[in-house]
Design a protein around this ligand. Structure first.
Ligand SMILES: [Zn+2]
Length: 491
């Protein structure tokens, strides 16, 4: 984009640092200068009035699933394992246009709620494809937001991953085996090799979904592909207590220790959730420069618990904030995720010294998440960074009066103050209108897709309804077993 802009008259938050009144010079989508109000503008620069606006860097969603948007809010009282059991029903797409549609719904919601970049772990069956990932990448490109698109892959079903579960459900109801991991790894290689999108905007990564759902040679193949192509690796690590228990019994060590022994943990690695990481796991992740994508809304919704974000930060882990999917946290509202990150930290106990601060939460949702995505040029309003800027309306009730911007952004804002959103120097949302998507048309397409999916997946739904009571009993019983690794005796 070849254009020079001066954004005048706003109050500026550079991540969690409140600068007060400042003007912003933008050229070709990048911030050149953040200066005093009324600073000189180059000849020909477009002037953008930001009076009565609080400007903050676009929020960065460190973890979602674009395939979940057509299956939004289908379940109540679902644990993670029930959600996974429902996967074939709620995520059964037919063709790439449904994948594009699903990703577009999420992207539209995110930008309207002040989020300008996302890490999307998108699953396809029977395996990832160039065409499917291209449709997802094009969806983000068309909406005008940045994304890391990571094919989410596994080679073991829930019923193979959890010992005894396949035998506990009626014959013929367990999910059929997945395709061989070597075929999946070959597809991943093709996707990475043929990636044709501008990596400043949409880049690929790899998401071996959950360690216990992947055989070790498959995890190692993902590790090698990530190293060869210089991409991120993102996996759900110790999300549920069931996973922590099964991991201990299968590997004889923690999930994090096992991933480390296989060579997956490093600066390119993101552990999603990390609810059941212990102090040594956190020290391991922090020491290796790894990240955690903290998804507090989903952790609570699925009964997984409250992750120790303050403990992670103290251990030197880079923490980003995510919404997780619309199937398990219902909306993709990063303001809500920040609120949950702060409030759930408080819920861990009465000692405020052990809580995260609102400043830490806002930094995690901007700078921390940007590092999770591997996008070094986003997350701040500062020279050299991309002009990904959210304009909040200071005449919106949530911000009347403006007492303490960081606290109000993290604890009070719910997206209703978002007036405009600029990404790479271009308005994607202006005066509360999304400029890149025809929302009524999107809604009509989604309604049609929903009807098709309901008819197509009726058998999978009844299968889920058959296994659900068994999974709902079996997994909590499994989770009652000891999970903590006794590192002295190895038991
Ligand atoms: Zn997830």
């Amino acid at each position: 984009m070849d254009a020079t802009l001066v954004i005048r008259g706003g109050l500026v938050l550079d991540a969690a640092h409140f600068l007060g009144p400042a003007d912003i010079l933008v050229r070709n989508g990048r911030i050149i200068e953040v200066g005093p109000p009324g600073m000189a503008a180059p000849d020909g620069a477009e002037l953008i009035d930001a009076s009565r606006r609080l400007l903050h860097p676009g929020l960065v969603n460190a973890h979602t699933h674009g395939h979940g948007n057509l299956g939004k809010s289908l379940g109540d009282r679902w644990t993670l394992e029930l959600l996974l059991a429902a996967g074939p029903w709620i995520g059964g797409f037919d063709g790439n246009e449904e994948k594009r549609l699903s990703a577009t719904i999420g992207a539209a919601e995110m930008v309207l709620k002040g989020c300008t970049a996302v890490y999307d772990l998108f699953v396809e069956f029977p395996g990832p494809s160039v065409e499917g990932m291209t449709a997802v990448a094009e969806a983000y490109q068309a909406v005008g937001m940045r994304a890391v698109v990571a094919p989410m892959v596994a080679d073991l079903t829930l019923y193979e991953a959890i010992p005894g579960l396949a035998d506990a459900v009626p014959p013929g109801t367990a999910q059929a085996p997945l395709q061989d991991w070597t075929a999946t790894a070959a597809s991943l290689r093709t996707i990475l090799r043929d990636w044709r999108f501008d990596r400043d905007w949409v880049r690929p990564a790899l998401a071996p979904t959950i360690p216990i759902h992947c055989r070790d040679p498959f995890l190692e193949a993902c590790r090698d592909l990530a190293a060869e192509f210089g991409t991120g690796l993102h996996s759900h690590l110790a999300e549920s207590k069931v996973q922590a228990v099964v991991g201990k019994e299968r590997y004889g060590r923690s999930l994090a220790a096992h991933m480390d022994a296989l060579g997956l943990i490093g600066p390119q690695f993101t552990a999603a959730h990390g609810v059941w990481l212990d102090a040594e796991d956190m020290a391991l992740l922090g020491g290796k420069g790894a990240s955690v994508a903290h998804n507090p809304a989903s952790n609570m919704r699925l009964g997984n618990g409250v992750a120790d974000m303050a403990g992670m930060l103290a251990a030197g882990v880079n923490v980003g904030i995510g919404t997780d999917a619309a199937t398990c946290s219902d909306n993709l509202n990063m303001y809500g995720s920040m609120h949950f990150a702060a409030a759930s930290s408080h819920s861990r106990g009465p000692d405020p010294a052990k809580w995260v601060t609102n400043r830490e939460v806002l930094e995690a949702a901007t700078i921390g998440s940007a590092r999770v995505l591997g996008f070094e040029h986003i997350g701040r309003i500062a020279p050299g960074f991309a002009a990904d800027i959210v304009f909040l309306d200071l005449d919106a009730p949530t911000l009347i009066p403006l007492n303490e911007p960081v606290n109000q952004l993290v604890m009070g804002e719910d997206g209703t103050s978002v007036d405009s959103v600029m990404i790479g120097g271009r308005f994607v949302v202006r005066e509360r209108k999304l400029l890149t998507v025809d929302l009524p048309r999107l809604a009509a397409q989604a309604a049609q897709a929903r009807e098709r999916m309901e008819a197509r997946n009726a058998g999978r739904r009844s299968n889920f309804e058959c296994v659900a009571p068994i999974v709902a009993d079996f997994c909590p019983a499994l989770a009652a077993r000891p999970w903590h690794i006794n590192r002295w005796c190895g038991c």
